[in-house]
Design a protein around this ligand. Structure first.
Ligand code: PLP
Length: 396
C-alpha cells in the first residue's frame, strides 16, 4: 500500500475526529436488554431498536435453541441451490399473512432487500420518486438501478405531486419512502401518498423497518397506523429490530413481484440463506405479537407516559406516538457531551450527528421499549432533567 494512501486515510480520520464526528463503539458485556453492563459501567438502555424486548426474551431464546437442534446452525448455501428449508417457507408465508400481502421473500437484511429491489423491477424508461430523508439502503438501492431519479422534500405532498407530473412520461413510476423516519420518529403520510399514487398511476414502496411488529393498532406497522394495508404495493422491512433483533429482512407484496425477485434480485441470488435459527425465532416473535396484545399495549403505555413526562421536565418534543423521541440540540459536540453525561447518570443514549443526520441538526435519540418498567422511565426522565439543567438546554 502506498505511503501516500495511508497518509490520506490518517488525515481523513483526523478530520472526522476534529469535527467531533468520530463514532466510538461501546462494548456490551451483557445481552441486548434494558439493564446493560458495558465497559463503561451499568446503564439503562434507551438506544436499542429492541422495541418489544424480544432480543433477549425467554420464549425467543427457547425457540432458537429448539431450532438449532432441529434445523442445524446454518445453510451454507443460497436459497436456490440448497438453502431453503420448510422454516424459511413458513416464515415467508407468515410475514405475508401478517402484512396482508400475497407473498414474501427473505433476505439477509433489509439493506439487501432494498439493494435488490429497484434494479430488478425498473429500467431507464422508469422513475423512482424518493423522499429526501429516506434510509441509506433505499438511496443505494435506487443508485443501483437505471431508472430516472426524482426526489421530493421530506413528507411534502405538493412537491411529490410536482415530481409525479415530471415523471408522467415514464413507463412505470415508484414512490419510495420510509414508513417511519428513524431520526425523527415521524410517520410518512401514507394515506396521501397512496391517493397521489392512484391519481398518477404510480406504485408505492414502503420500508417499514422502524414500525413492523409494534406500530399501529395491531403492530402491522405504519400501514396499519395510517390504515393503508392493501394499498401499498411493496413493503420491505427488517427482523433486526422489533422482531427479535438478530438479523434478516424481507420484501413483501404481489406474488408476481416476489417471483421475479427470486429470479433476478442479486442479493438474494448471490448471498447466503438466513439462518434457520433466526427464521424459527422470528416466526415465534410474530406468534407472540399476534396472539397476545400485551407487548404492544405495554409499549404504547410506556411511550405515552414517557412523552408526557419528558415534556414536563422541560424538553420540547415533536408530537407523535412513536417510541423514537429525538431531543434536538443542533451542535454535534453538545449532543456528544450530553450523551456522556447521561451515561454517567446511568442512562445510555447516543448523540447523532452528521452524516447520520443533516449538519447542524445533531440530536440525542431516545427509544422506548416494552421491556422498560415505569421505574426505568422515571429514572431516565430524572437524568434528563439533571443533565439538561447542567447543560442549559431546558425550556425556561
Ligand atoms: C434499520 C433499517 C434498515 C436496515 O435493516 P437491516 O436489516 O439491519 O439491514 C433499512 N431501512 C430502514 C428504514 C432501517 O431503519
Amino acid at each position: 500500500m502506498p505511503e501516500k494512501m495511508i497518509e490520506f486515510i490518517r488525515e481523513e480520520l483526523e478530520s472526522i475526529r476534529s469535527a467531533g464526528l468520530y463514532k466510538d463503539e461501546r462494548t456490551l458485556l451483557s445481552p441486548q436488554q434494558v439493564r446493560l453492563h458495558t465497559d463503561d459501567g451499568e446503564a439503562l438502555n434507551f438506544c436499542a431498536n429492541n422495541y418489544l424486548g424480544l432480543a433477549n426474551h425467554p420464549e425467543i431464546l427457547q425457540e432458537a435453541k429448539n431450532a438449532l437442534d432441529r434445523y442445524g446452525y446454518g445453510m451454507a448455501s443460497v436459497r436456490f441451490i440448497c438453502g431453503t428449508q420448510q422454516v424459511h417457507k413458513n416464515l415467508e408465508e407468515q410475514v405475508a399473512k401478517f402484512l396482508e400481502t400475497e407473498d414474501t421473500i427473505l433476505y439477509s437484511s433489509c439493506f439487501d432487500a432494498n439493494a435488490g429491489l429497484f434494479e430488478t423491477l425498473l429500467d431507464s424508461d422508469d422513475a423512482v420518486i424518493s423522499d429526501r430523508l429516506n434510509h441509506a439502503s433505499i438511496i443505494d438501492g435506487v443508485r443501483l438501478c437505471k431508472a430516472q431519479r426524482f426526489r421530493f422534500n421530506h413528507a411534502d405532498m405538493g412537491h411529490l405531486e410536482t415530481q409525479l407530473k415530471r415523471a408522467e412520461k415514464c413507463r412505470f413510476r415508484i414512490i419510495a419512502t420510509d414508513g417511519v423516519f428513524s431520526m425523527d420518529g415521524d410517520v410518512a403520510p401514507l394515506d396521501e401518498i397512496c391517493d397521489l399514487a392512484e391519481r398518477y398511476d404510480a406504485m408505492v414502496m414502503v420500508d417499514d423497518s422502524h414500525a413492523t411488529g409494534f406500530f399501529g393498532p395491531r403492530g402491522r406497522g405504519s400501514l396499519d397506523y395510517k390504515n393503508v394495508l392493501g394499498r401499498v404495493d411493496i413493503i420491505t422491512s427488517t427482523f433486526g429490530k422489533a422482531l427479535g433483533g438478530a438479523s434478516g429482512g424481507f420484501t413483501s407484496g404481489k406474488k408476481e413481484i416476489v417471483a421475479l425477485l427470486r429470479q433476478r434480485s442479486r442479493p438474494y441470488l448471490f448471498s447466503n440463506s438466513l439462518s434457520p435459527v433466526i427464521a424459527a425465532a422470528t416466526l415465534k416473535a410474530i406468534e407472540l405479537i399476534t396472539e397476545s396484545p400485551h407487548l404492544l399495549e405495554k409499549l404504547r403505555e410506556n411511550v405515552a407516559w414517557f412523552r408526557e413526562k419528558i415534556q414536563q421536565a422541560g424538553y420540547e418534543i415533536r408530537p407523535g406516538d412513536h417510541p423514537i423521541i429525538p431531543i434536538m440540540l443542533g451542535d454535534a459536540r453538545l449532543a456528544h457531551d450530553m450523551a456522556n453525561q447521561l451515561l454517567a447518570e446511568g442512562v445510555y443514549v447516543i448523540g447523532f450527528s452528521y452524516p447520520v443526520v443533516p449538519k447542524d441538526q445533531a440530536r440525542i435519540r431516545i427509544q422506548i421499549s416494552a421491556a422498560h418498567e415505569k421505574q426505568d422511565l422515571d429514572r431516565a426522565v430524572q437524568a434528563f432533567k439533571t443533565v439538561g439543567q447542567r447543560l442549559n438546554v431546558l425550556k425556561s
